[in-house]
Structures are given as structure tokens and as C-alpha cells.
Design a protein around this ligand. Structure first.
Ligand code: ATP
Length: 236
């Protein structure tokens, strides 16, 4: 396993956001983490990436216990979080945003090589490299947020609601891009989504959270047909 979350408990004061949660992500997988609003999906990702400390439980990444590591050390180890809401730096250009993504890279030549890789994946970002990020469309900002994460050459990407607020055509494009990043670039992906149907179409396996607890897990093609998933998340 590349990532194992073991018996995780996370609380905000008296609110127990995540309870006894365990999940695993194997190298090369796309794993979806599904659930209704407030189920604890974002809290889980923020805890894995070192932004929140759990009350108890362990996070094991690449054979090492990272539960108490600072966030920057986790990023440097190749575990990179793309937060919900495409938090790009609005007053900076596309190129400057990407350069910031490579802050762990020492040589300037390396930064340029990585930027060429990101531009190959997202030609639209190359065309708009001198445009201010705040003036990009929603879909372009999501591409930039993912592109910025790719500048670190991650091994495991945590994606929080990448399709949120995008028009249907762009939603399809983003899911296709995520699949390519997994298949062609070999990046392992843990994907949080409200858009359960599309997430299950690209994922290998999925977990369903309910009120901070794991309710269901299994191969994506089995969950897509599970009446409980259909009733709760697929609008059946
Ligand atoms: P959404 O899809 O709406 O983002 P989610 O599944 O990502 O939901 P979380 O954001 O992890 O859910 O929230 C889990 C629970 O923790 C919710 O009850 C939420 O209100 C609560 N919560 C989240 N962040 C905080 C915070 N900073 N302080 C207090 N409570 C919080």
C-alpha cells in the first residue's frame, strides 16, 4: 500500500468530524472517497496532508508513519493536496502560480522542464501563461490548481472536489484529465467527489463516508450498481 489511514479520529472541539476511519490506497490506483455534504471527506484529506492533527489514529505513507510530519515535509515526500475551490493566487500570472508549485525544486532548469510537462498536459495554460490567474475561467483555474500540484512531480495526489462548480462539458474534461494523469504519468490518486457517478467511472475502488464513518467500500464497478449508493448519491 502506498497510503494507509488507520483508525483515524478527527474532531473540531466537540464535533467529531471523522470517526475510526481506515482506508488504503495502492500504488497506481484511483480511489474515490464519496459522501454527502459534511460527511468528513475534506477533513480526511486535510488530515492526511498534515493540515489538521488527528485525535488518534495513524497515517502511513510509503512505509513511513507521517501522522506528525509538518505539511511541507509531506509535500516534499510526493504527497500533494489540491484543495477544494481551486485556490490559485489570483493576482499572479499562470506562470508565476506554476513556479510557486515548484518551490521545493532547487534548479531553475528543472523548473522549466517541469513547466513544459505541465504545458504538454494543459496546452490552455501555456497559451495563457502571462494572464492573471484570477481572470481565468473556473475550468482553467482548476487546471492551474492541478498543474501547480504536478510541478512537484507528485507520487500521490489528493484531489478535493475537482469538478465542483464546473459546466458539464468541463466536468467531463477534468475527469478525463485525472484519468490520464493516473494512466500516463503513473500518479496515484485519492479523489473526493460529490459527483459520485463520474468519479466511480474513473476510479478503481471507492469508499463511502456517512457522518464521519466509513459506510461502504469496494470496487468502483460494484459500488456503481449498489442500490444503497444509487439511492444516496446517484439520485436513483
Ligand atoms: P463538503 O462536501 O460539504 O465539503 P465534507 O464531507 O468535506 O463536506 P467536512 O468539510 O470534512 O465534510 O466536514 C465534516 C464535519 O466537520 C462537518 O460537520 C463540518 O461542519 C465540520 N467542520 C469542518 N470544518 C470545521 C471547522 N474548521 N470547525 C468546526 N467544524 C468543522
Amino acid at each position: 500500500m502506498l497510503l494507509a489511514v488507520e483508525q483515524l479520529n478527527v474532531a473540531y472541539g466537540a464535533i467529531k468530524a471523522v470517526q475510526d476511519l481506515s482506508l488504503e490506497v495502492g500504488e497506481g490506483e484511483i480511489v474515490a472517497l464519496l459522501g454527502a455534504n459534511g460527511a468528513g471527506k475534506t477533513t480526511t484529506l486535510r488530515t492526511i496532508s498534515g493540515l489538521i492533527r488527528p485525535r488518534s489514529g495513524r497515517i502511513v505513507y510509503d512505509g513511513r508513519v507521517i501522522t506528525q510530519w509538518p505539511a511541507h515535509r509531506i509535500v516534499a515526500a510526493g504527497l500533494v493536496h489540491v484543495p477544494e475551490g481551486r485556490r490559485v493566487f489570483a493576482p499572479l500570472t499562470v506562470r508565476e502560480n506554476l513556479e510557486l508549485g515548484a518551490y521545493t525544486v532547487r534548479s531553475g532548469g528543472d523548473v522549466e522542464a517541469r513547466m513544459r510537462e505541465v504545458f504538454a498536459r494543459f496546452p490552455r495554460l501555456e497559451e495563457r501563461q502571462h494572464q492573471l490567474a484570477g481572470t481565468l475561467s473556473g475550468g482553467e483555474q482548476q487546471m492551474l490548481a492541478i498543474g501547480r500540484a504536478l510541478m512537484t512531480r507528485p507520487r500521490l495526489l489528493l484531489l478535493d472536489e475537482p469538478s465542483l462548480g464546473l459546466a458539464p462539458l468541463l466536468v467531463r474534461e477534468i475527469f478525463a484529465t485525472i484519468k490520464e494523469i493516473n494512466q500516463r504519468d503513473g500518479v496515484t490518486i485519492l479523489l473526493v467527489e460529490q459527483n459520485a457517478h463520474q468519479a466511480l467511472q474513473i476510479a478503481h475502488r471507492a469508499y463511502v463516508l456517512e457522518s464521519g464513518r466509513m459506510a461502504l467500500e469496494g470496487p468502483a464497478d460494484r459500488l456503481i450498481d449498489d442500490p444503497r449508493v444509487q439511492a444516496a448519491y446517484l439520485g436513483a
